[in-house]
Ligand binder design. Structure first.
Ligand code: ME8
Length: 575
């Protein structure tokens, strides 16, 4: 049962480590963005977070493309690892580390784990015949190969029948315990549809998996040797999975593996993460990850993205969008419209504009600038008085005054008995958001933030403070009513901004600077830590709430409205 009481254990979130045969694209940025949003949200609720991403370098396809480009594998890996680092810095990811599997800190530990498995008899030498997918560098079972017509299920390229003498990990030994761990929820495979898939495939039985590749003539000198046998290299997948542990398997970071471990990836590689890796961990006598979350795919303008179609959304295109609409708008669109659930999501320009205008320009952007403008116009840019956010009750004189003003202006409220409890509404939204975070349900978390903004919009339309402002002379408590309404709107928006921060750190920090909110240790740095946990920051009128006398600077609108007719940035097409 999810709870809104933050789990106090350290939180360790990872992304796949990406192949460096090529440049990063939207898919790599997406998974890392989701991890970033989750990491920022967990830090916001006050947890000790470690967020790891990085690059997977010892793949055959890396040495092949390096040769095609006239570079050594390491030179080519470095060029692309730098591109990943730059792209991730551009996306404003807050990863605590970036691992390259060519680093000693990874290689040394990975070899130790393989050695331990050899010593224990979990790994043995033997003959192996199977269907190899060279584009994915993995063996497929006979059944999966047949189902896919002996073509790669990911790239459609033909599979190769390979017979090799290899070292194997006895995966089948862990079949029962894996089933138990997944069924009982000790390892949560999310979303639910993926859990059923994994359990279904597990029913077909497990067999041992190769953990090495025999060196062939003409092979590039690339990869880590099997301990005690330099005729074999550690199979890239097995070595890559170890990164999650190698980087925290030391005195300073070891508590992260004892905490809550969350692995994020797309559905293509769930098997390795939900089955092979937990079995290796069991054999290594290490705790299992708590969550294995496999999202679906991005497609582009309705089509699967592929090299042959040349329709991959590259980082340059995301940069062009960010330049035009702001980076946080791109982060927002990808996070809220992406394939976080079981279904693929389409990156379409028309949809981007629709979401940008509806969620950002017309909603959070418009609400904050309206409220800021009213403070400026009516109260010299200062918070006047506080309010408990309740309107329409026997003691809710403010709302009655607003309604009188409305009537004086010749308008009637649709429902004169309507009540508003903004503080309660915002508090409930915060609780719901914290609950949603438990299952990495980031869309719900962000939607709770948006629901507060919508509620404020509704309250503004209902109480019409701009009409009230014109009647101040004729109403006894008009000024008090106006300040109560504006305070309640601003305080609710401030709480909403906390929930929206993980997706839009720069824009929310901009708002906090304009409104002089001291949520961050350094208000000028959207990546600096929070001064207190969310439960304190989000308290209505609490220590971090808006205070009488606090300056509200009008500032520029956070998001300008976008014109749907403008061409998609970074392309010639029109929407
Ligand atoms: O598989 N939509 O690396 P990789 C969404 N090195 N996400 C996508 C995507 C798309 N269209 N395309 C790719 C590897 N991704 C291994 C991983 S981990 C121990 C080793 C994302 O470069 C998604 O996260 O092929 C997917 O799982 C990952 O990129 C695959 O990255």
């Amino acid at each position: 049962m999810p709870s809104n009481k933050p789990n106090q254990k350290p939180y360790y979130i990872t992304t796949p480590i990406y192949y460096v045969n090529d440049r990063p694209h939207i898919g790599h940025c997406y998974t890392t963005l989701i991890a970033d949003v989750a990491a920022r949200a967990q830090r916001l609720i006050g947890r000790d977070v470690f967020f790891l991403t990085g690059t997977d370098e010892h793949a055959e396809k890396v040495s092949k493309t390096a040769a095609e480009n006239g570079k050594t594998p390491y030179e080519w890996a470095t060029i692309n690892a730098e591109r990943f680092k730059e792209a991730f810095a551009f996306m404003n990811f807050s990863n605590d580390d970036f691992v390259r599997t060519t680093e000693d800190r990874h290689k040394i530990k990975a070899v130790q784990y393989i050695q331990q498995l050899l010593d224990q008899g979990d790994i043995e030498l033997g003959d192996y015949e199977g269907w190899y997918d060279p584009s994915q560098e993995e063996y497929l079972t006979e059944m999966v190969a047949k189902e896919n017509d002996f073509k790669s299920p990911v790239t459609g390229k033909p599979l190769e029948k390979r017979v090799e003498q290899n070292y194997f990990f006895k995966l089948e030994k862990y079949e029962g315990s894996l089933r138990e761990q997944i069924e009982s929820g000790e390892i949560r495979v999310l979303p639910e549809a993926r859990k059923n898939e994994v359990l279904g495939r597990l029913k077909q039985g497990l067999r041992h998996v190769p953990v090495s590749r025999k060196i062939k003539e003409g092979d590039a000198d690339w990869g880590i040797s099997m301990p005690g046998d330099d005729q074999h290299r550690i199979y890239v997948w097995i070595e890559a999975l170890c990164n999650y542990l190698t980087i925290v398997d030391n005195d300073e970071r070891k508590e992260y593996w004892q905490g809550e471990v969350v692995h994020l990836m797309a559905k293509d590689i769930i098997w390795f993460h939900a089955i092979v890796w937990p079995a290796m961990l069991k054999a290594l006598k290490k705790p299992a990850p708590k969550t294995v979350y496999a999202h679906a795919y991005w497609i582009a303008e309705g089509q699967k993205m592929s090299k042959s179609l040349g329709n991959f959304i590259e980082i340059d295109q995301l940069q062009a969008y960010a330049e035009k609409y702001s980076l946080d708008a791109v982060r927002w669109f990808l996070t809220t419209q992406g394939p976080l659930g079981a279904n693929d999501a389409d990156f379409a320009h028309a949809r981007f504009i629709e979401v940008y205008n509806a969620d950002l320009a017309n909603s959070i952007g418009n609400s904050t600038s309206r409220v800021g403008n009213m403070f400026n116009k009516y109260f010299d840019g200062q918070v006047k008085g506080t309010c408990n956010g309740q309107f329409g009750f026997p003691d809710g004189s403010s709302l009655q005054t607003a309604l009188i003003a409305l009537e004086n202006a010749g308008k009637k409220a649709d429902d004169p008995d309507r009540t508003f409890k903004l503080a309660e509404f915002a508090g409930q939204a915060v609780d719901n958001a914290v609950c949603a975070l438990e299952t990495v349900d980031l869309s719900t978390m962000l939607d709770e933030g948006r629901s507060i903004v919508r509620h404020v919009d509704e309250f503004i339309s209902y109480s019409a403070p701009f009409t009230l402002a014109k009647q101040l002379e004729t109403l006894d408590d008009g000024e008090h009513a106006l300040s109560s309404i504006l305070y309640s709107c601003a305080e609710a928006l401030r709480i909403a901004s906390l929930l929206l921060y993980p997706a839009m750190p720069e824009k929310m920090a901009e708002l906090w600077r304009n409104w002089n909110c001291n949520h961050l240790i350094d208000p000028n740095d959207p990546n600096s830590g929070f001064v207190a946990p969310l439960s304190e920051l989000a308290k209505w009128g609490g220590e971090y709430g808006l205070k009488p006398g606090q300056a509200i600077v009008k500032g520029e609108a956070l998001f300008m409205r976008a014109d749907a007719k403008e061409p998609a940035p970074g392309s010639e097409q029109t929407a």
